[in-house]
Design a protein around this ligand. Structure first.
Ligand SMILES: [Ca+2]
Ligand SMILES: [Ca+2]
Length: 371
């Protein structure tokens, strides 16, 4: 029968342990005959009492098993509770948080492709047109005419003009015909998007402004070789578009000698955007020649709207202002010192010179609604 340890036995065991540690540390031999070397009933003094050893083993076992339980339980919880993402679930999660173009993340159906609005190819002109909802342009609805750079002229035949600024150098002309409704015209020109007198971009109207009617509207955009200085204090400008508005050549303008390259010859309706640098003012002067080809001094009332933005001069003219349509046209640009002095003027016309025939505008309209 195993003897139970008493308090005296424990104290003796502790003394032996201490003595043994000292002996080992100092190199002193411990004699097996030392009475403190053995415990009660001949137990070796360095042996842990059997009962305490059992308890220690149980405690260690409990600790080890507990650790193992935690490790295994954690591993199992991780697998069951939050499985690591597989490549399939990862891609699924990714696709649900950021849908790719053309797919519907909620229904899984394919969304219709988004078609960007057709453009003219020029960002400034696109802005001018798209600001009022004009899009849908394609080659059947517009006419584009490029113009040489470096072909400035005077109204005198063959004279190289003193002023050859890029702001009167025509690069190209784009003409488009639109069929628009009343709501569109109100939104665009009813003092909403392009009100008369606006300055950013510049909007110029006739002295007597008529309401822009529904129906066909001709848009003619003219690009200069550089931005137009809309508030110049050094130079006056005239940007024009002229038409044979009735198909009758008898009332078209004929030049007065020696101005054989008069810019307006062959046309009977003149829309002129006139800038006076002495006063800093713009206006559209509209002249309709009389039956005998002479012109009245008073400007006509008109619904015309002119927008100048960057290098672009953009005319909006209802075709109802012409006697017949298509009405052939020519665009021009001119700079001068305020007195049309021969020594300080210069300009350009669409084409080589103003003796060339007027150009037909497009006749197939693009339909646009303001609804
Ligand atoms: Ca030119
Ligand atoms: Ca005519």
């Amino acid at each position: 029968m195993r003897q139970r340890w008493t308090a005296t036995d424990v104290a003796r065991w502790l003394r032996r342990r201490r003595k043994k540690r000292i002996a080992l540390a100092t190199g002193q031999m411990v004699s097996p005959g030392d009475p403190d070397f053995y415990g009660p009933e001949g137990h070796r003094g360095d042996e842990f009492p059997a009962g305490g050893c059992l308890i220690a083993v149980i405690i260690i076992a409990v600790i080890i098993l507990g650790s193992c339980w935690v490790v295994f339980n954690d591993g199992e919880a991780e697998i069951i509770g939050s499985p690591p993402p597989t490549s399939a679930s990862s891609s699924s999660s990714s696709s649900s948080s950021s849908s790719s173009p053309g797919s519907d993340a909620t229904t899984g159906t394919e969304a219709p492709p988004v078609t960007p609005p057709p453009t003219t190819g020029d960002p400034v002109l696109d802005d001018v047109l798209q600001a009022i909802g004009l899009g849908g342009l394609d080659s059947t609805e517009k006419r584009e005419l490029s113009d040489l750079v470096g072909d400035l002229i005077d109204s005198l035949l063959g004279v190289s003009p003193p002023y050859q600024g890029a702001d009167v150098e025509i690069k190209r002309t784009i003409a488009i015909l639109f069929e628009v409704d009343h709501v569109f015209q109100l939104n665009a020109f009813g003092n909403t998007v392009y009100p008369c007198g606006d300055t950013n971009p510049l909007v110029v109207c006739a002295n007597e402004v008529l309401e822009m009617p529904a129906g066909e509207m001709l848009v003619v955009a003219v690009e200069m070789a550089t931005d137009i200085p809309t508030a110049s204090t050094e130079r006056s400008y005239i940007y024009s578009i002229v038409f044979d508005s009735d198909g009758d050549g008898a009332n078209d303008w004929v030049f007065n000698p020696p101005f054989e390259w008069d810019y307006f010859q062959g046309a009977d309706r003149w829309y002129q955007a006139v800038y006076d640098h002495a006063t800093g003012t713009w206006l559209v002067d509209l002249t309709q020649l009389t039956a005998d080809g002479s012109f009245p001094q008073a400007s006509e009332a008109s619904a015309v709207r002119l927008v100048i933005d960057g290098p672009w001069v953009v005319w909006f003219i209802p075709t109802s202002e012409f006697g017949v349509y298509p009405a052939p046209f020519r665009v021009t640009a001119f700079g001068h010192d305020g007195f049309f002095s021969e020594a300080s003027r210069g300009g350009d016309v669409m084409g080589a010179d103003p003796t060339e025939p007027l150009v037909d505008p497009p006749t197939e309209p693009a339909f646009v609604s303001g609804d």
